[in-house]
Design a protein. Sequence first.
Length: 395
Amino acid sequence: MYNEFIAPNWHVILIHYPIALLTLGVLIELFSFFWRRSGFRAAGRWMLLLGTMLAVPAVLSGMYALNDVVQMGIPEADRPMTWYAKVAASGLSDRSWHMLIVHLREMILSTGIALVAVVVWLACSDRWRKRLHIPLLIAMLISVGLLFCGAWHSGEAVYRHAVGVESTFQPPVAKNAAYFLPPLQAHLLLAGLMVAVALIAVGLSIRAAVTYGTPTQPAGDDSLEAYAERSGTDMSMAFTGRPQSPGAMEAAAQPPTRVPSARFWLLAFVLGLLTAGAGVWFLAIDSNTWEFQQLREIIHALPRRTGHVITGVGIVVLTLILTILARWAPRKKLLLSIFVVLLLAGVTLQLWFGTLLLFDGPQGPLTGFSKDEVATLSTPIPTTLPATTTATTNP
C-alpha cells in the first residue's frame, strides 16, 4: 500500500470520472429539448458513453480498494489470508463494514444499469431508439441516483468512520516500475476498460446486424445544424467523424451508415492483450521469477489461477474472432450471436475467478470462498448491523 506512487490506490482517482460524466450527460439529455438543433446533445451522449465505460474500471478498482482497506491492520507476516479471515482480523466496526458493503453494492448496481441502458441504446434501430428513449432515460436517472447514494456511503465511511485512514506515514521502500505503475491495479484497470469496450462493441454489432443494408433517409435540411441534430439522435453517426459539406450531400436516400463495431472489437482485443500482459507482470513480481517454466508450474498448481488464465486467453481470442466477423461478415447474425454469448459467458466467469483471486487468494475451490479458517478465529465476522450501533451512530 505504501510502496506505490499513488497511495492508497487508484480508486480515489478513477471514481471522479464516471460521477462527473454520467451526471452531466444525464442532465444534458434530460433538458435536451432546449437544444434539439445543437451538437451539445451529441456531446451529452458522448459523456454518457464515456462515463459508463469508465465506471467499470472504477468498480473493479473499488473492489481492490475494499480488499486493501480490510487488510490494512493485518501485519505483512500474517498475509496472505482467505477473505473470511481478513474480515475477522481487520478490526473494522460493524458500522464501517456496513458502509463499505452498501457502497460497493450500490456502485455495482449503478454501473450495471448504465451498461444495460447504453448497450441497448447502441443496439437499437432508429425506430426503437425513439420508442425506448423515455425508459432508457429513466434507467440512467436511476443509475445516477444510485451513484450519488454510493458516493455518500463512501464519504461517510472515510470521513466519519475513518475507514482507510492511517495516522502514521511510512516512506516508500523502492521506486521501481511497479512503484509508479502497480501491476495488479493496472491489470484491473485494463480489464475494466476491456469489458466496457467489449460490451459497447456488442451493442454496435447488434445494430449493424439489424440495420445492415437499410439506407439512411435524408433530412429535410442538409445544413450543418441539421447534421448536428441527426448526430444528436443517432450515436452511431456521432462515431463517424466530420460531416460532409452541404453541397456534397445528395437529396436522395444516402448509402447505409457503417456502424464501427469492428473498430471497438479491435480495441477490446488490444486491451485484452494489455490486460494479459499486466497479469503476467503481476504474477512474475508476486512469484519473484520471470522464468516461463516456473510461471507455468505456478499457474498449473492452483485451479483458480489456471481457470483465470484459460478464460482470459479465450476472451482475447474471441474478441479477435468477433473483430473479423464484424468487419467482413456483419450479416452473419447466428454466427455473431454464438460468439457474443461465448464472450459474455467468458467475461462472467473471468470476473468470478478474479474476485476469488483478489479477495480469497489463489488457493481454494472454484465454486466459492474458503471457510476453513473461520472456525479458528475468535472475532466473529460482521454480517448485519446491530440495533445498538444504529441507535448511537448518526446516519
